[in-house]
Write a protein that binds this ligand. Structure first.
Ligand SMILES: [Zn+2]
Length: 510
């Protein structure tokens, strides 16, 4: 997978000459870039290498759980504790920590998955420091995408029949466990998944199974706000269930489409093929943009062979069961799907042509008026989520046969966390809006007598950490200065020897 054959200076013995990979690693690990480059990562022959200005380490590709060998200096991934920065007070005490105080859960497995695709994996990955602020490339005050615990941690709440425990439980799951866990709740299995069902917490017993993904919701803050009465409907879920305080750790990179796909297929990007929100495919010589309003409806075309979605697992094992997938691009196998409707309509612009069908944000009873007015993205996400709730209400309406399994994706939470950063007025407003829409759904379930028959899993696709507006800069100039030929996709996936692509609007957000 590497066009830059050879090793990087100072990392592995036997370095043979100067090539793009060696030049790039040397430039990226220079002290001048230490504020913005947390890690440079590559696979060379039988080893996974990580390096930064402070040191380097390597891991045999055949042994993803370690141990790591420190090659020189300080181990860049010395701490891999998934509970680092939990609960909220711990995260607030050391926000967006530097490498030496940060943690990188399941680092070997997650990084190796990112290098696992035959034609789409990059040659070299640059991991942003949590503080790196890059508005000129689509970055925000609140950020995710990196390998560390803070940007990778999504919530994990389980509620209703089949859930065996009550209250907060210490521990962390992984996003790849979400699909297998939903399957277990629905009485089916996903045998080829890399994740495992959380059978310690829950099992079969519900007539209906619902998965909720609140994009970008910060796990610590969600649990804190639920406990302090600010998210009364998440609290309703917790009263009939449990949450892992360490949440669910995203696959790498901790970006949206990669992890929506991992949640719903139970495998990492090296298996499902959606390497990033945008990536390059050497097989076609093309840039692939999957996380964009114009391409969401076609995202499943990128799934690699042999991957099964949660909806397909249900259909295979419970042929009579009806599945619904609301506002979610990873919808293959669902009987009802929002993006299936987009595909059927034949709109060449995908959901980009659907603006006229979205309800107005002004007057939405579930929306925070202030942020609808102050942030255009917030207003747009409000409209998308209002359409999401309208579909859910229609699917579960009195007189309708409700779906046996449903997945419902919520967008406003990511928008609010990007706009204001985690723990901000805007991110908390977004969580309250999502909670209010959840409340409408729970009320409808209660009205129909279905609440006690419905198991609900609430998660996200990644976490959110605060960037530091004083921590700017870009590694591109440093790479060009030493003559490296590369294209940088998704801002951090480097394909060496390829000509640089222009920056395409919408390729790095949300
Ligand atoms: Zn997301």
């Amino acid at each position: 997978m590497s066009t830059g054959v050879g090793t990087a200076p100072g990392v592995a013995p036997g370095s043979t000459g100067v090539d793009d990979l060696s030049l790039a690693v040397a430039a990226l690990t220079s002290p001048e870039l230490a504020e913005i480059v947390d890690l440079a990562v590559w696979v060379d022959a039988d080893w996974l290498h990580v390096a930064n200005a402070g040191g380097s380490a390597r891991l045999p590709v055949t042994d993803p759980d370690g141990p790591w060998e420190v090659s020189h200096g300080r181990h860049p991934l010395a701490c891999q504790d998934p509970m680092h920065g939990v609960p909220l007070a711990a995260a607030l005490a050391d926000p967006s920590p530097p490498n030496e105080r940060d943690s990188y859960p399941y680092a070997g497995r997650r990084l190796l998955s990112a290098f696992g695709d035959a034609t789409r994996s990059p040659d070299l990955i640059v991991v942003h420091t949590p503080r790196h602020y890059w508005p000129e490339r689509g970055g925000h005050l609140g950020e995710h995408g990196s390998l560390n615990a803070g940007q990778s941690r999504a919530p994990l709440v389980l509620s209703g029949p089949g859930v065996r425990t009550r209250g907060l439980q210490s521990g962390a799951a992984r996003i790849i466990d979400v699909g297998p866990t939903l399957a277990a709740l629905a009485g089916v299995t996903m045998p080829d998944a890399e994740g495992t069902p959380l059978t310690r917490l829950a099992g079969p017993g519900a007539r209906h199974v619902v998965g909720l993904l609140w994009d970008g919701a910060n796990s610590n803050d969600l649990l804190h706000l639920a406990q302090t009465g600010e998210l009364p409907n998440v609290a309703r879920l917790l009263a009939e269930g449990t949450a892992l305080t360490g949440g669910a750790i995203a696959e790498f990179p901790s970006v949206t489409l990669t992890n929506h796909t991992s949640a719903l297929t139970g495998v990492g990007p090296g298996r499902h093929g959606i390497l990033h929100n945008v990536y390059f495919d050497r097989a076609t010589g093309r840039q692939v943009i999957v996380n964009d309003v114009k391409t969401w409806h076609a995202a499943c075309e990128q799934l690699r062979d042999g991957v099964e979605t949660f909806f397909e697992a249900v259909a295979r094992q419970r042929p009579g069961a009806v599945s619904a997938c609301v506002n979610e691009p990873v919808d293959r196998g669902a009987h009802y799907s929002t993006f299936g409707l987009v595909r059927s309509a034949g709109n060449t612009g995908g959901a980009g042509d659907m603006g006229d069908y979205l309800p107005p944000a002004e007057g939405d009873p579930h929306a925070s008026v202030r942020w609808v007015r102050e942030n255009l993205d917030y207003a747009w996400s409000t409209r998308v989520d209002a359409l999401g709730l309208a579909q859910v209400v229609a699917l579960w309406a009195p007189g309708e046969t409700p779906p046996d399994v449903m997945w419902w994706n919520t967008t406003i939470t990511d928008t609010g966390h990007h706009g204001g950063g985690p723990y901000s007025e805007q991110s908390r407003a977004a969580l309250r809006d999502a909670d209010a829409r959840l409340g409408s759904f729970l009320d409808l379930l209660a009205e129909r007598g279905l609440l006690a028959e419905t198991a609900i899993l609430l998660t996200a696709d990644h976490g959110s950490e605060a960037a530091d507006p004083a921590c700017g800069g870009d590694w591109g100039d440093a790479l060009r200065a030493v003559g490296v030929r590369f294209r940088d996709e998704g801002y951090g996936f480097l394909y060496l020897g390829e000509s640089a692509a222009g920056i395409v609007a919408g390729t790095v957000a949300p």
